[in-house]
Design a binder for this molecule. Structure first.
Ligand code: PMP
Length: 311
């Protein structure tokens, strides 16, 4: 923990060391919370931090809240302002990870009725570098765990309870010596990584599992779709993908706030393409990294500039 760091809890900024909840908190027992993972990217030249697609992250958080019947006293704009204020207060001059959490904060166990439980919102900010070492293409394993179907638990939003599956899959992959897991749907089609969406390039066309393939509706996914169409003039198709298509693809890459754009070099001990970062993946990485650091004027609308200490 960074000494003197501040969090947001109970409607105000509080020292991080004092931001605590009780052991009977509902969300701790039942996974009744919705979270976001947002990045603030430090631009040394500009002396500013650029928060990537802040409003879209809060719009997704509020969609999750609707599903879990969490009523926050904040609009998406209020949540953006709370975040900018906390970033200014903490004053980090490096890349950060921003973690908002809306949760059933009532101290109540043995109660499964969402409508009876009160809600809380907290926000923490922490210095954050690489999530996956993505300078080189990573080695992936098809998980023995399947991605839950939306009929089992809502999959398009970030409900904390759903992450038990991601955590089992990631742990299985890492302990077996791989870098990341690929989760299939119950019918054996491809869904996504444990914390990333998945894209495939074949014959000059980009494909990614569609909204109804139980993947999270990733904000990096949406950014990559727009960048590929608008900047590379490429066709991007959202559709069901068979597992064996990945073995035969020219390029496969994963996308996520934490993982950025991470090329997949190997899947289930088979090389993807020639095992190196493919040319389309490389172009998208370059565009994406410039964009999240606030260096692409055409997409500056995606970046919220924050000056450490305010001003
Ligand atoms: N899928 C899952 C399961 C995730 O946890 C994430 C990370 N939020 C993603 C995909 C990528 O989403 P985003 O690009 O919005 O970070």
């Amino acid at each position: 923990m960074t000494p003197d760091a501040y969090a947001f809890l109970g409607g105000k900024q509080v020292p991080l060391k004092d931001a605590k909840v009780g052991v009977m908190t509902h969300a701790l027992h039942y996974g009744t919370a919705v979270f976001e993972g947002i990045r603030g990217n430090w631009n040394e030249e500009h002396g500013k931090m650029y928060v990537f697609r802040l409003r879209e992250h809060y719009e997704r958080l509020l969609r999750g809240c609707r599903i879990l019947r969490i009523n926050l006293p904040y609009t998406a704009d209020d949540l953006c302002q709370i975040t900018v204020d906390l970033l200014e207060k903490n004053g980090y001059r490096q890349d950060v990870y921003i973690r908002p959490l809306a949760f059933k904060g009532q101290e109540a166990v043995a109660n499964l009725k969402l409508h009876e439980l009160s809600d809380e919102f907290t926000l923490v900010v922490l210095p954050f570098g690489k999530y996956i070492d993505n300078d080189r293409p990573i080695r992936c394993q098809t998980s023995s765990w399947r991605r839950p179907e939306d009929a089992i638990m809502p999959t398009g939003v970030k409900i904390t309870g759903l992450y038990t599956t991601s955590i089992l899959a990631k742990t299985e992959a890492i302990t077996a010596g791989y870098d990341e897991a690929v989760l299939l749907n119950w019918d054996g089609t491809v869904s996504e990584g444990s914390g990333e969406n998945l894209f495939m390039v074949s014959n000059g066309r980009i494909s990614t599992p569609s909204e109804t393939d139980n993947c999270l509706l990733g904000i990096t996914r949406d950014s990559v779709i727009q960048l590929a169409r608008e900047q590379l003039g490429m066709e991007v198709v959202e559709r069901r993908i068979h597992r064996s298509e990945l073995y035969l693809a020219d390029e496969v890459f994963l996308t996520g706030t934490a993982a950025h754009i991470t090329p997949m070099g190997e899947l289930d001990n088979r090389k993807v393409g020639d095992g190196e970062t493919g040319p389309i993946t490389k172009k998208l990485q370059d565009l994406y990294f410039a964009t999240v650091k606030g260096n692409t004027p055409a997409y500056s609308k995606w970046c919220t500039a924050v000056t450490p200490g305010g001003g």
